[in-house]
Design a protein around this ligand. Structure first.
Ligand SMILES: Nc1nc2c(ncn2[C@@H]2O[C@H](COP(=O)(O)OP(=O)(O)OP(=O)(O)O)[C@@H](O)[C@H]2O)c(=O)[nH]1
Ligand SMILES: [K+]
Ligand SMILES: [Mg+2]
Length: 443
């Protein structure tokens, strides 16, 4: 439970399946009036947790709205922790609209806003914040690796680990507070207590830092591996972006300076999320708009995970690099100068030569960047809180003998608090809206 936040008293409903026509449309209802909604529309509540075929009627006109499979799910052992009901309707637009209208006429029932069901699940302690984030990530997952990571988090991998750390922190805090109490009595050896406490604080700090030392794998997997295509105007960047992504995403022309805005295409390379970014060609220019484009190119290069530095095979190879970001030098238009650029990756968007080898190289770089093994930390939010916790524990571990026990207890309290933030046990009100409003209606 998250006692600081009030639990809702109204009842919400929303289609849980997608919009548009379908064979079946599922409407979920959650809240204290869920049972009453079934009484009114379905003529009563069927046996709990069984799908039963019912006629749904408009409560006012008694007109039949649909023949539906109906489920009655009394709380608290439900997804939201509240009484819930599900209506599996025929998936026509008019059917769904009529049933939603009828539900809105039930006293205490109103349409759900985005993420409202997950929010209630969190408020009622059915999921912690990391699991709620896992749901959001699972819905957003575009590739296999993202799906697996989101499912791990939804399954509680991060939440359980942090809860265990928090328990340890609470233990340490209890020990420190006991030491505070005994300090006056003088019958315990304060030095022994200090040594044990700092040893355990150091171990906890090390465990947290171990999880943080993951090269931001988890965040990267959520965000995608960013590959920036850069080079002189007309190097063939936009053509290559289109060829690699199999989409006509960027405008191609023989006029140098065609691309001004950066253009992003998200791709799935062997299950890994890769973002290909086309940029404005790099050159000194008098044209204010093109100059802004060049500025953006430099910005994107700085935030790239990998830069593809493109040079036409029928021109000179450029010696200077584009900064210290990992870079692959690519000779483009290899059809125009076969054999040029020995050693470099040579590609032709016209013949398709070298494209598979380039995709393999990008995929290998992405795989190396995402690394082996599962990351626990998947968001900056987790990283910030865990880093703070480790910092407080470090102060406890490093405290010299005779350090005021009040200050040690305060650091432990702050460490426990920071760990609590990860699962949403403390101090999260302000970020709930942000998280849950990113969900779809019905989730
Ligand atoms: N023969 C040949 N021509 C190519 C190849 N790739 C691109 N081109 C041509 O090169 C010209 C420039 O291509 P773009 O893709 O617009 O080049 P860009 O690097 O995006 O250019 P800017 O956006 O102006 O910086 C176009 O006329 C393309 O058709 C290739 O592999 N072979
Ligand atoms: K061009
Ligand atoms: Mg271009």
């Amino acid at each position: 439970m998250t006692p600081s936040l009030p639990t809702p008293t109204d009842t919400i409903f929303a289609p849980a399946s997608g919009f548009g026509r379908a064979a079946v449309a599922v409407v979920r209802i959650s809240g204290p009036a869920a049972g009453a909604a079934l009484d009114r529309l379905a003529g009563g509540r069927p046996e709990p947790r069984r799908l039963s075929l019912r006629r749904l009627r408009d409560p006012a006109s008694h007109e039949i709205l649909d023949q539906a499979l109906v489920a009655w799910l009394p709380g608290p052992a439900t997804a939201t922790g509240e009484d819930m009901a599900e209506l599996h309707l025929h998936g026509g637009l008019a059917v769904r609209a009529a049933v939603l209208r009828a539900l809105a006429s039930v006293p205490g029932c109103r349409p759900a806003e985005a993420g409202a069901f997950s929010r209630r699940a969190f408020l009622n302690g059915r999921i912690d914040l990391t699991e709620a984030e896992g749901i959001a990530d699972l819905i957003d997952a575009e590739t296999e690796a993202q799906r697996v990571q989101a499912l791990r988090q939804l399954d509680g991998a991060l939440g359980r680990q942090v809860a265990t750390w928090r328990e340890t922190g609470i233990d340490l805090l209890a020990g420190a507070e006991a030491a505070l109490d005994f300090a006056d009595e003088g019958d315990v050896d304060a030095d022994d207590l200090d040594a044990a406490l700092s040893g355990r604080a150091a171990a906890l700090r090390d465990a947290i830092q171990g999880a943080l030392a993951d090269g931001r794998r988890g965040e990267r997997l959520r965000e995608g591996f960013c590959v920036v295509l850069a080079g002189a105007p007309n190097a063939g960047k936009s053509t290559l972006l289109n060829a690699l992504s199999g989409r006509d995403a960027a405008i191609v022309s023989d006029i140098p300076g065609t691309t001004r805005d950066t253009i992003e295409v998200r791709c799935d390379l062997g299950g890994l999320p890769v973002i290909l970014v086309d940029t404005a060609g790099l050159r000194a220019t008098e044209d204010a708009i093109e100059a802004e484009g060049v500025k953006r190119t430099h910005r994107r290069i700085r935030s790239a995970d990998l830069v593809l530095h493109l040079m036409p095979a029928d021109g000179p190879a450029v010696a200077e690099g584009l900064g210290d970001i990992p870079t692959l030098r690519i000779r483009t238009k290899s059809d125009l100068a076969p054999g040029a650029g020995e050693g470099a990756l040579a590609v032709s968007a016209v013949t398709g030569a070298g494209l598979d080898a380039l995709l393999d190289a990008v995929q290998a770089a992405a795989a190396a960047s995402f690394g082996q093994g599962d990351a626990l930390v998947t968001r900056e939010r987790h990283r910030a809180a865990l880093t703070r916790a480790a910092g407080h524990l470090d102060r406890v571990a490093a405290a010299p003998a005779g350090f005021p026990p009040e200050l040690i207890a305060e650091d432990l309290r702050l460490a426990v608090r920071a760990l609590g933030e990860v699962g949403g046990h403390v101090g999260v009100e302000e970020m709930l809206d942000r998280l849950f409003s990113g969900f779809c209606i019905g989730k």
